[in-house]
Design a protein around this ligand. Structure first.
Ligand SMILES: [Zn+2]
Length: 284
């Protein structure tokens, strides 16, 4: 039903979107001069080419330059696996899917080097059902509020030395299990890497790469998502031959009835009535 709405945008659908019948959650940190990179990258470059009044109109235009792997970004499978998909080759159907949010904030507070276990996923499935086919799995370590503070995100005073990094990630056994036993489209984390800060040789990157599973790193705002019941869109730049790229990641909450009534009221009573009607029509 939801995907129909996205792909067949009739006048009615536009009305639904316009009336905020769907709640949209932005999971993206802004790209700009504060964008955070792994050591060895060049800083973000934002250069104003024009910003002012011309004789006839106001004009703004800028130039920007960025490494692929900075801020909220996607790792293409080719990043750590020869011959696998580069950025422009990732099928669009793999960039949209049902969100599955795995909350491991308590574990990360207790141990900043925590690595997601197979047991964590099994426990999740006991409560919420099997990870759906084509899922976008989002792992919430509670790390996003540290962004873009370099020392806090890498959790070290020596931010140029990656051997001192201490942030949570995924255990390689878990990555192997995910690739072999579930049909997962993308794995997203709110830390700078799907591997933990202390991992050596990036085993999780290698495993996901070999299995054509892209990763998304430095995701924001996962707290705003329900555990299930969202559709996540991973809008990576379609960079030809890229090993990754800056990404706008967003989610639609599937059930419009979860929408905030106060928002609708602030748009006026007709919008509130329309949203309630939409909610009922979608439900029954
Ligand atoms: Zn990356």
């Amino acid at each position: 039903m939801l995907l129909d709405h996205v792909f067949l945008l009739t006048t009615f659908d536009w009305l639904l979107l316009e009336s905020s019948a769907f709640r949209v959650v932005d999971l993206t940190h802004s790209q700009g001069v504060t964008t955070l990179y792994w050591p060895g990258n060049v800083d973000f470059n934002f250069t104003i080419l024009a910003r002012g009044q011309t004789e006839n109109f106001w004009l703004e235009a800028n130039w920007f330059g960025t490494a692929e792997h900075g801020g909220t970004h996607l790792d293409s499978p080719s990043h750590f696996s020869q011959g696998q998909w580069r950025t422009h080759q990732i099928p669009p159907s793999r960039l949209i899917g049902p969100g599955a949010v795995i909350d491991l904030k308590p574990q990360a507070i207790e141990n900043p080097d925590y690595r997601v276990t197979i047991r964590d996923l099994e426990k999740w499935e006991q409560s919420h059902g099997r990870i759906p086919n084509g899922a976008i799995v989002l792992i919430n370590f509670g790390w996003a509020h540290r962004y873009p503070n370099r020392s806090l995100v890498f959790n070290t005073n020596d931010t140029e030395n990656s051997t001192t990094f201490h942030f949570p990630g995924i255990h390689e056994d878990t990555a192997r299990w995910m690739a072999a036993n579930r049909n997962i489209s993308i794995v997203a984390v709110d830390t700078p890497s799907v591997d933990s800060g202390q991992a050596v040789h990036f085993p999780v990157h290698q495993i996901f790469g070999r299995n054509n599973i892209p990763g998304v790193e430095n995701v924001a705002n996962i707290d705003a998502l329900p555990v299930t019941g969202s559709t996540v869109f991973v809008g990576v730049i379609k960079l030809f031959d890229g090993s990754g790229g800056p990404t706008r990641i967003m989610a639609l909450i599937d059930d419009p009835c979860q929408n905030n009534g106060a928002n609708q009221l602030s748009n006026g009573l007709p919008f509130l009535a329309f949203a309630l009607l939409t909610c009922l029509l979608n439900k029954y």
